[in-house]
Design a protein around this ligand. Sequence first.
Ligand code: NAG
Ligand code: NAG
Ligand code: NAG
Ligand code: ZN
Length: 593
Amino acid sequence: MLTVVFLAGFILYQWKYLPASVASISFFLPTVRGPASLVRWHESASSCLQEAPVIPVTRKSLWLAIEELLHTELFVNKTASLLSGAVRIPTEVYDVMGPVGEDPRWEAFAPLHEYLLQAFPLIHMKLQLTKMNTYGLAYVWEGSDGALKPLLLTAHQDVVPVDPATISNWTYPPYSGHYDGTRIWGRGSADDKNGLISILAAVETLLEHDFAPARTVVLAFGFDEEATGQQGAKQIGRYLLDIYGENAFAMLVDEGDPIEDTYGAPFARPAISEKGYFDLQIQVSAPGGHSSVPPPHTAIGFLSSLIAAYESGAPRSHLTRGSAAYTHAQCLAAHAPRLPPNLRADIRAAHSSDAALRRAEAALFAEDPALAAGGRTTVAVDVVWGGVKSNALPEGAGVVVNHRVAVDSSVSALKDHAVAVLRPVADALNVTLVAFPDDGDTLFSRREISSVARAGTVTLSDAFGTALEPAPVSPTDSAQWKVLAGTIRAAWGAPHPGLDRALNKPASVQVPLQGEAEPDIVVVPSLLAGNTDTQFYWALTPHIFRYNHYYARDGPADGSIHTVDEVCEAEGFVGMVKFFVGLMLNADESRDM
Ligand SMILES: *[C@@H]1O[C@H](CO)[C@@H](O)[C@H](O)[C@H]1NC(C)=O
Ligand SMILES: *[C@@H]1O[C@H](CO)[C@@H](O)[C@H](O)[C@H]1NC(C)=O
Ligand SMILES: *[C@@H]1O[C@H](CO)[C@@H](O)[C@H](O)[C@H]1NC(C)=O
Ligand SMILES: [Zn+2]
């Protein structure tokens, strides 16, 4: 069934956007044989196959009507005002907060709820709203066909605090929500009130057009994503699991990376997994005493050797065939016009040449440290303590080492790694290693038989009890991925020339590779280095994507999230609304998910 939707959508797309040509058909249908040059293109792009744009079929006229509306200046202004209003309500969360009902700082969310009530009247009339832990929001838009698994769209209501010392550095006050006709300024405009408001604006717009879904749509908005989601998304996740059960949702889309110009091509990078998280505490204890008669090493001295060894033993990054970074590289070679020719040649040759693979690795990782970090478990020694007095031997010293755990690894593999690296050092230093005693009688926690006297003890532990395994990897050979990627491609650009606005369409990119058909926007599955509220939704569906259909024409791609002058471009923001409208319509028509 989806294939029909998919092809029909593709034909419509061709009809509407492009002169139908053999070149573009061979691009979308890789089995079609074309002239030699097209076959060459297909081979070169074989590791970065792009889904065809997916345009609603039965709701085609609705889609076209909404698309026209979205591209008008009036709609852009109206929607920008909705975001401004949400930004003007500070909903800051802090790392350490008491429970809802006790800590008054949570009350900041009440005015936001009142605002949503008046800003989105149809939603509050037609959808069923349940609040979890007072400020968690779950809206249910009941579909007519109960056999279809619901679509889940999520965002978070909270923002990171503004450091008072930086207020004078903001172009406009951080909670002004100032709209200058092009941009909406302020904390939350890019993380994640744009996600919250674009989802709601998409639903409200569909309601204004009398759309009634066949597939239920559930909207879930946590309120402490920036403080690990314990009070918000965790409670919502439990509630949804109770009501709907495991694997009950067709797919989930949450916040993620925006669209970014990459060597001259716009890359959309929905994340199909998230790295894990582990804060390792390495704590050394050793006898204290007067520092006039010191041992060869104090606790701080032991700790220093352990840190040095641990940093040197950190996992290295490699570009391995089949990894996310490798797929990214193949997409660069296939679609990025400004990629240096040597690098393109190396990436293409990397299929079969190890030497080319190593050269591509060196060039790509030097250029893009995030790409290098994405594939490995990272090690960052972030906190250190020890010693209180210049003439007293320290009895203890310690560090916290932050790790982002590679998607193909695990927290327990990381613990093994820490023991493997630190045990020989501890032995050489004549200190006892006690590894993860809280894990019970596992491989890690077996204490050494300590009948032998030692000069000190080093204890490894989970510093704050916040270990998080890497997220399950969402498949990309799925109907869900086809709908997601196809919607991204369909939502990119203007419906036809002559409209006020060309949402998202960048002026400066999209130089096609010579002689090769180019997709407008390249959709590449990626990994998220950080964590989102989706960690509480793993049981609800295996099809979880973290993605912002946001493109900044002029400003910073990520809208300067978490820092001074956070900003969201109005047209890019409306692009997000367009994406969610398309996603709801396409998901509604699909019968394969
Ligand atoms: C804020 O502006 C002051 C003065 O221009 C500058 O010294 C300081 O580094 C800025 N701080 C931040 C956080 O940008
Ligand atoms: C949109 O807003 C801008 C800036 O506030 C204003 O100059 C423009 O006239 C508005 N356009 C419409 C159609 O309302
Ligand atoms: C280890 O340290 C203890 C306590 O200082 C000491 O008695 C012992 O001889 C040391 N062992 C070695 C092999 O240095
Ligand atoms: Zn966020």
